[in-house]
Design a protein around this ligand. Structure first.
Ligand SMILES: Nc1ncnc2c1ncn2[C@@H]1O[C@H](COP(=O)(O)OP(=O)(O)OP(=O)(O)O)[C@@H](O)[C@H]1O
Ligand SMILES: [Mg+2]
Length: 230
């Protein structure tokens, strides 16, 4: 799926957080958005998803979705993994997996996704609130993937992950791109994941795009470290 955002402005009440954001993603492309704390990265994703008031233009393929409510945007094939806690702690792992999938996933899809995260398959009956932090992140991503989104929007999916879980997440996203050509927009603080997965990286500062480059550009890591330094 193609994503185009132009001249996006968004915020909370009278406070404008996103001042002027434009970007476009080609079908199957992956973009990592970096930036220091509080620069508006999460607000930018929420504005695309229609969770916060916005102006400008957002389109998915050729559909102008600027005035769509979030539910319609999600139905169009967008999967979202928010930064904050997003599981139902009192429900089992299996119930969480079923929770936001409109149609029952095919057995094949279920087995592909459990294949990415075998630990979830072993814990389908366990209460999700008792999972470790890393397992909960895998559950959030598994639930997003089960719905077979055409565009995945992830907000710091790698935050706080141990290396083994980090590697599972990286492999799952890489496999989804290879298998299904999924477009990915990810906010990341982790340069390793951003540079490993993304075709392009962008840096946000105070609600605007400050810098953009191809992920394989020479000297990019050093450049980003300078841009992101406190
Ligand atoms: N619900 C809200 N109501 C009012 N202001 C908010 C709300 N959510 C975020 N903000 C403000 O918007 C600004 C940007 O926050 P946002 O969460 O988008 O930044 P971020 O780049 O995702 O930060 P982090 O890296 O810490 O996740 C901050 O000044 C924050 O205080
Ligand atoms: Mg954030």
């Amino acid at each position: 799926m193609r994503l185009a955002v132009s001249r996006l402005r968004a915020g909370y009440g009278s406070a404008t957080v996103i001042r002027d954001m434009s970007l476009s993603l080609a079908d199957g492309e992956a973009l990592a958005v970096l930036g220091r704390n509080g620069m508006g990265k999460s607000t930018f994703l929420k504005a695309i998803l229609g969770y916060v008031a916005r102006s400008g233009r957002v389109s998915f393929d050729d559909d102008d979705a600027t005035d769509w409510p979030t539910a319609r945007i999600v139905r169009r094939g967008i999967g979202y993994g928010p930064q904050e806690e997003a599981i139902f702690g009192e429900l089992s792992v299996g119930e969480n997996l079923a929770a936001n999938v409109r149609q029952r996933p095919s057995p094949q899809r279920m087995s592909d996704v459990i294949g990415y995260f075998p630990v979830l398959g072993q814990r389908l009956r366990q209460r999700a609130g008792t999972l470790s932090g890393g397992e909960q992140k895998m559950l959030v991503l598994a639930r997003v993937l089960l719905a077979e989104p055409k565009l995945i929007i992830l907000d710091e999916i790698s935050a706080g992950l141990q290396p083994a879980v980090f590697e599972r997440v990286r492999q799952a996203l890489a496999a989804e791109r290879a298998r299904r050509g999924t477009t990915i927009l990810m906010v990341e603080q982790n340069l390793d994941l951003a540079l490993a997965l993304a075709d392009r990286v962008a840096v946000m500062k105070l609600g605007q795009m400050l810098f953009e480059a191809r992920a394989n550009a020479d000297g990019l890591r050093r450049e980003l470290e300078v841009q992101l330094a406190p």
